[in-house]
Design a protein around this ligand. Structure first.
Ligand code: G
Ligand code: G
Ligand code: MN
Ligand code: NA
Length: 255
């Protein structure tokens, strides 16, 4: 069997695992939401990251099926978590979207379907898109994103700082959240870090967006990010990607 046909089979049989990584409020370190991250457990090659199999799924025309599966599973899981939490402010879950999904398929229809099947609180299902993805076709992306927002779906701009988009474009896309790329956040990139972080955070706030810092690996990263005015963080300091049951335990322990 080729890798392509093995992946085709895995997607058809729903053998893709979804892990969830916590995103916390830096103010009190409470869990604000989770990012869904797909994994493929290959019988011989072991656990594979999406950076290894997303491009294969695109080539064999299965990225839309895979994307719909991740979106649907995550929405179902999110409603389970929200029911278990009851009185607290509902958490969110964000799902990564690839360019084929945004540009070539009726993503609007899929989101509507997923939202009608689950009972997630309005605005708590979010999509993550990268700068380079929206810049492939900014006019089309801006139209799609506006329609997605109308459905009550949140939009995060992922890996911010790594693309080459003009800042002027930021205003034209209805993102509610900016996720600062790990390369600006991790301790290993200390040096230019505070200056760049400070500017990105100020820009996001001026545009009315929330900020998530990715790749917060240590407690001192978290302290520094909070001092710089960043409201949310994600990274090994708060939890690695984990299965849905572990995420549920984390939420219930928190109460
Ligand atoms: O979890 P990891 O660091 O291995 O993820 C690698 C990349 O794969 C990240 O950029 C992430 O955004 C992307 N990714 C994770 N899950 C999905 C998914 O379900 N769909 C798409 N399109 N990308 C994903
Ligand atoms: O491109 P995207 O931001 O979607 O990718 C997120 C990926 O980054 C996750 O798959 C996760 O494995 C990885 N990640 C999350 N937190 C950390 C961290 O604190 N340090 C490092 N090195 N990687 C992280
Ligand atoms: Mn992401
Ligand atoms: Na990112």
């Amino acid at each position: 069997l080729t890798l392509e046909s093995e992946l085709r089979r895995a997607i058809e049989r729903r053998e893709i695992t979804i892990l969830y990584q916590p995103i916390v409020r830096l103010e009190d370190r409470s869990i604000a939401g989770f990012e869904a991250l797909a994994r493929w457990d290959h019988p011989k090659l072991g656990r594979m990251s999406p950076s290894e199999f997303i491009s294969i799924a695109e080539e064999i025309g299965l990225i839309v099926d895979l994307g719909m599966f991740v979106l649907d599973q995550t929405a179902r899981q999110l409603s389970v978590w929200q029911r278990a939490m009851r009185s607290r402010e509902p958490i969110f879950a964000s799902v990564n979207v690839s360019s084929r999904q945004l540009l070539r398929h009726d993503l609007i229809h899929d989101i509507r379907t997923v939202l009608s099947r689950s009972s997630v609180a309005r605005g708590t299902l979010k999509l993550e898109l990268t700068e380079s993805l929206v810049m492939e076709n900014p006019e089309h992306a801006a139209q799609m994103l506006a329609r997605i927002r109308e459905l009550g779906t949140g939009l995060s701009l992922d890996d911010f700082g790594t693309g080459h988009s003009s800042l002027a474009y930021l205003q034209r896309f209805p993102f509610d959240t900016i996720k600062i790329d790990q390369s600006f956040v991790r301790t290993t990139s200390r040096g230019t870090r505070p200056v760049i972080l400070k500017s990105i955070i100020a820009l996001a706030h001026d545009l009315g967006m929330d900020v998530v810092a990715e790749g917060a690996e240590t407690d001192s990263d978290a302290v520094e990010l909070y001092q710089l005015g960043c409201e949310y963080a994600q990274g090994f300091a708060f939890g690695e990607p984990m299965d849905a049951d572990a995420a549920m335990r984390l939420l219930t322990e928190e109460r």
